[in-house]
Design a binder for this molecule. Sequence first.
Ligand SMILES: Cc1ncc(COP(=O)(O)O)c(C=O)c1O
Length: 397
Amino acid sequence: MGRYDFDVIHDRRNTDCIKWDFGMEQKGRDDLLPLWVADMDFRLPEEVLAEVTERVRHGIFGYTNIGEDYRNIVRDWFRRRHGFTMEGTDIVVTPGVVYAIGVAIRAFTEPGDAVLVQQPVYYPFMQMIKKNGRKVVNNQLLYRDGRFEIDFADFEKKIIENNVKLFLLCSPHNPVGRVWAREELMRLAEICQRHDVYVFSDEIHADFVYPGYRHTSFFTLGETYRKKLILGTSPSKTFNMAGLQLSNIIIPDPDTRLAFRKENSVTGYSLPNVIGMTAAMAAYRNGEPWLEELLEYLQGNLSYLRDFLRDNLPQIKLIEPEGTYLVWLDFSKVADNHKELETLLMDRAKLWLDPGIIFGRETNLFERINIACPRSILEEAMRRLYEAIDDITIALS
Ligand SMILES: Cc1ncc(COP(=O)(O)O)c(C=O)c1O
């Protein structure tokens, strides 16, 4: 065993966390094993918690802002882990990446304008576009030989036909698990440049990449593609601190940044949460060994899931993720429609996954499972799934 023990089950119930405490409110029941929302059931290491605790013990939590230290620490993280060096001033803090997507939509498009997404995709993308009175245009990812790929011709066609102003890129992609290759990103960047489209590159999952793959940040594609770039990053996924509400939006071009800042100020948000700031600095400074071990643990969970399905439930197809701790499962050989699938999962297996339909209409027979939990929870989930499907098989035979 390494320095950190990811097998430990920490009871998250009664902490008001949305994963474990809101079953009654959201699903009308509290007997579901939750492997849905994208946060982790792991506790941060002491070396990070110590700094947060020290700050809490100081006892004064007045208005706070990010300073040189903060900017340097964030810069260093991206230089070390993702191979690019931004200016400290490129960073704009917001309470979240989804929040920043909303700001970007309002800053760079007008009501009624078209915003492009690639479904199946993280559903708040569509929600933010619609809630802000813009039009969702979809460049459907192609599902070929168990893998999702970009339809570039359709991408450009949709941009031209709809006069698209902004593209919401998910990189690495939630839920299909692709870590886009540099060549793929270059093609997207060139098309967007040709048609003057802003790119919001949501790279919140960038730190979760499996061996053999490498995350390419949109930032590294070249200076010319940075003019209309808004890069969404956050320690919240990497270090499991979504509840601390802090993300770093990297906007290299001064005009683009100014437009974003201006729209951001309309909301009245200006200063970050001090605990979020402290935790982010501590995690980026001291959290790397923990993250390295976490990545190994997640690989173990993925191997377990892959082997279990292959040996016991081969009718469920696992879409091999290249990154993220979210795994996309194809249930099309198990159920005929998404209602039947939800009944199987919720009523029979008592599992709470994220149904494919919310990520896009065409993937209504998929489910997204979150594997960032102790192995024994994943094993329990698989036991429940196996028994539920076995029951049906017996009933039908
Ligand atoms: C692609 C993607 N973007 C953004 C978020 C959420 O970011 P935030 O909590 O900072 O709004 C998630 C969370 O699951 C995500 O998967």
